[in-house]
Ligand binder design. Structure first.
Ligand SMILES: NC(=O)c1ccc[n+]([C@@H]2O[C@H](COP(=O)([O-])OP(=O)(O)OC[C@H]3O[C@@H](n4cnc5c(N)ncnc54)[C@H](OP(=O)(O)O)[C@@H]3O)[C@@H](O)[C@H]2O)c1
Length: 171
């Protein structure tokens, strides 16, 4: 199994404001859709609620300490939702589903879940917006001693940003 972050962050690290994305970049949304389609995605309860619905054609795995959140579980074939009580449980569940959803599992946020998994991800797809945004949730700095940039595609519309891919360095 390959564990990946997929995240969009401003120059100052901001990824969210008032439980929403602070920007609208259609090409990044398309990148996210295409990358995660048909795959398992892991997210924190706040990210699940900020999206407002399960993402279709993906296995939605939601982490919460609230056992009542199980009521959001669904076996709908297009929008399956599985609720777990820890990151470890999320990863274990996804590792049992690779035959169906593929080897690459995506952690899609938010700030808390990214931080908790920074030391265990293999790959990071980081859309870096080259300007600062006000916000209350941030993505940690990518440590150059631990990760190496393996791909970069620069874009200018609607604002300068880059699609960056980092891979964990060999220990
Ligand atoms: N720019 C991006 O790429 C991007 C991507 C995703 C999200 N976001 C933004 O990020 C923000 C949300 O991030 P966030 O940090 O506030 O919340 P989050 O990481 O989405 O969710 C936090 C919640 O996850 C649960 N949780 C976290 N660690 C846990 C653990 N170890 N065990 C059990 N449950 C655990 C808790 O849920 P309970 O409180 O229910 O127990 C916690 O309140 C929003 O603004 C969103 O728009 C941005």
């Amino acid at each position: 199994m390959i564990l990946s972050h997929i995240v969009a962050a401003a120059q100052n690290g901001v990824i969210g404001k008032d439980n929403q994305l602070p920007w609208h970049i259609p090409e990044d949304l398309k990148f996210f859709r295409e990358k995660t389609k048909g795959k398992a995605i892991i997210m924190g309860r706040k990210t699940f609620e900020s999206v407002g619905h399960p993402l279709p054609d993906r296995l939605n795995v939601v982490i919460t300490r609230n056992p009542e959140f199980k009521k959001h579980e669904s076996t709908d074939s297009r929008t399956p939702v599985h609720v777990v009580s820890s990151l470890k449980e999320a990863i274990e569940y996804c590792s049992e589903q690779v035959h169906r959803y593929g080897e690459e599992v995506f952690i899609i946020g938010g700030g808390e879940i990214f931080r908790e998994s920074m030391d265990i991800v293999d790959l990071i797809y980081l859309t870096r917006i080259h300007s600062d945004f006000p916000g209350d949730i941030t993505y940690p700095d990518v440590d150059p001693l631990k990760f190496i940039e393996i791909e970069r595609r620069d874009r200018s519309e609607p604002t300068p940003f880059s699609f960056l891919t980092y891979s964990r360095r060999d220990p």
